[in-house]
Design a binder for this molecule. Structure first.
Ligand code: AGP
Length: 608
């Protein structure tokens, strides 16, 4: 989704903004722009397409001198990507410039009202309404105008605002969309995410809902929507600065896949104490955990897929019923949440609008929410009652890999902990499960190091039109993610099916040569999946099987086999997903796609 960077200080703003926006490219965008105050007036330059177009147009920012500015990468929602719709947006007299991430839901009535008052609009965007509304309320006091606007607009927003009459200040506001501000000795910064300003400062402030930050070169002040000053503590970001760089890899996705052994280890180790699992962040006693009667897992996309795996593992190990919902459905379906239920929301970014709304809906109904979140300080992390962090570090590639792997670990840990307190498995089994978890990092590494086999195979499918993924139980959950990974970065149509369900319709799509990736790692379902492989093979499919080391008889039913190392059957997702991630990656590379920034997608989906 859109990215915002702003700067006020001693340095040239445009260079800092371009650099910062380049660190937010992963969020997904289709145009970019900057507004810089040149000492007399505010100048805006915009460009459709990649940020480098704006960079070239402004000679790296040189044609836009000035030490105060705001910039934006736009992921189009209202109106096509063009130079009129891209941000920043001006008021008519070009004295107020605005950049926005989010959606103003009541922009049409506001726009109509402003039109009736004589305002003219040039773009199709909801954002222009903010610039014009600011103009309407502005009577020489920016803070007063901003807070009046905040009382009128509905929806989600992170805003960067620049008033030509107040060039010693820039303003940052948010509600529902992420925004941070930071400071160093040379100035102050606004950004949608930490990587944009990590190079300049490690001391950041998370702007709260409907809070206004007023940034000057040497100070930042925060106000409520009622203009009362708020005192805030800066948070020190101790990320490794290289974590948000490619570090010699061709793509962030490849780098992040290779970081999975470490991610798994980092998420696992702090929660294993001897032969036991200890998840202090749950803030729940064993008695409270034992009393849980039902779990609701709510998430989007890949995070939802980890939830599907979590359902199988938690139900099997702890015998607690689990419902898994896509957040955009959960929030509107009036879910039945009963006494003894627990809600878990899963999110890498911690900013996904639907997941955040599901969290709020659950809290409104009096339920405590556990967030499994990767980004420290994100909205979900701050609003959840308890947070279990996945220690994956910054994930830049739009297609998630390492955060997905870390989420699986968090769910396994939770399942084992619940099984322990509910005494549904023996201590000997728990010791064995922990042993298997500890072996996962090395086993993932082994699979990554054997990437050539899958790379060669992927090259054959660069021209494929349809690819199917099938599996049963946990293997179905793996298939969901394998299929999503492929389609999001290679643009090849792909579907994941519960293997037994295929024959109820979708099998009609299988033709001579159609690739079917069959995941078969579950002992009790192994023969069943083999039958489904035979069914598609006899209809012309080419079958790729992903199975456990030792299942060599699968070669009778499959045309190509990838073996994963032996692990407990509940944890096979962590291993089987690796070749499927690699497959998607190499197909995407082979097709010449933009692996890290696939078309139409955004890393952090902050609108519903
Ligand atoms: C995964 O590769 C996707 N890009 C997407 O499905 C993602 O998992 C989803 O948007 C949820 O994001 P979150 O984890 O940040 O909430």
């Amino acid at each position: 989704m859109c990215g915002i960077v702003g700067y006020i200080g001693k340095e040239q703003a445009s260079a800092i903004i371009l650099d910062g926006l380049s660190k937010l490219e992963y969020r997904g965008y289709d145009s970019a722009g900057m507004a810089i105050f040149d000492g007399t007036k505010v100048n805006i330059t915009k460009a459709v397409g990649r940020l480098k177009v704006l960079d070239e147009l402004t000679h790296g920012g040189e044609t836009m001198p000035g030490t105060v500015g705001i910039g934006h990468t736009r992921w189009a929602t209202h109106g096509v990507p063009n130079n009129v719709n891209s941000h920043p947006h001006f008021n008519a007299s070009e004295t107020i410039a605005v950049v926005h991430n989010g959606i103003i839901e009541n922009y049409i009535p506001l726009k109509n009202k402003l039109i009736r008052k004589g305002y003219q609009f040039i773009s199709e965007t909801d954002t222009e309404v903010i610039a014009q509304l600011l103009d309407y309320y502005y009577k020489g006091n920016p803070m007063e105008a901003i807070t009046k606007v905040l009382h009128r607009v509905e929806g989600s927003y992170a805003l960067g605002i620049l008033f030509a009459e107040f060039p010693d200040e820039i303003f940052a506001v948010r509600k529902g969309s992420p925004l941070i501000v930071g400071q160093n000795n040379n100035g102050a910064f606004i950004a949608s995410d930490v990587p944009a300003i990590l190079k300049y400062t490690r001391n950041v402030y998370y702007v709260d809902e409907q809070e206004v930050a007023c940034l000057k070169a040497d100070e930042i002040k925060f106000y409520t929507v009622d203009e009362e000053e708020v005192q805030k503590e800066a948070v020190h970001i101790d990320w490794d600065a290289n974590a948000a760089e490619k570090g010699g890899y061709e793509h962030f996705m490849l780098k992040e896949m290779y970081e999975q052994p470490k991610t798994v280890l980092d998420t696992l180790s702090p929660r294993i104490k001897g032969n036991k699992i200890s998840i202090e962040e749950l803030n729940m006693t064993d008695e409270e955990l034992k009393a849980i009667k039902k779990i609701h897992i709510v998430a989007c996309g890949s995070a939802y897929h980890t939830g599907v795996t979590g359902k199988y593992v938690i139900e099997e190990l702890a015998r607690v019923p689990v419902e898994v919902d896509v957040a955009s459905e959960f929030r509107y379906r009036n879910p039945v949440l009963e006494e003894g239920g627990m809600v878990i929301v899963i999110s890498q970014s911690g900013e996904t609008a639907d997941t955040l709304a599901a969290l709020r809906e659950s809290k409104k109904r009096g339920f405590k929410v556990l967030g499994i979140v990767n980004v420290v300080g994100s909205s979900i992390a701050r609003e959840a009652d308890n947070v279990m962090y996945t220690w994956a570090g910054p994930e830049i590639s739009v297609a998630t890999t390492k955060a997905y792997s870390a989420q699986l670990i968090a769910l396994y840990l939770l399942a084992i902990k619940l099984a322990e307190v509910k005494e549904t498995v023996s201590m000997t089994e728990i010791t064995s499960l922990i042993g298997d978890l500890k072996r996962l990092p090395d086993q993932i590494e082994l699979l990554l190091n054997n990437k050539e086999k899958i790379q060669r195979f992927a090259n054959r499918y660069v021209g494929a039109k349809d690819i199917f993924f099938i599996g049963r139980g946990i293997d179905y959950a793996i298939s969901l993610e394998g299929s999503l990974k492929l389609k999001e970065i290679s643009y090849i149509h792909s579907e994941a099916y519960a293997a037994g369900e295929l024959k109820h319709g979708t099998i009609s799509l299988i033709e001579e040569g159609t690739l079917v990736a069959a995941v078969s790692t579950q002992k009790n379902l192994y023969q069943k999946t083999i039958s489904n492989m035979v069914e598609v093979k006899s209809r012309g499919a080419f079958v790729l099987a992903v199975t456990n080391e030792g299942n060599y008889d699968i070669e009778k039913a499959a045309d190509y086999v990838i073996y994963i190392p032996e692990t407990n059957q509940y944890f096979t997702n962590s291993l089987a997903i690796i070749p499927l991630q690699l497959f998607a990656y190499y197909v995407s590379v082979g097709k010449g796609c933009d692996v890290d920034k696939p078309r139409n997608l955004a890393k952090s989906v902050t609108v519903e």
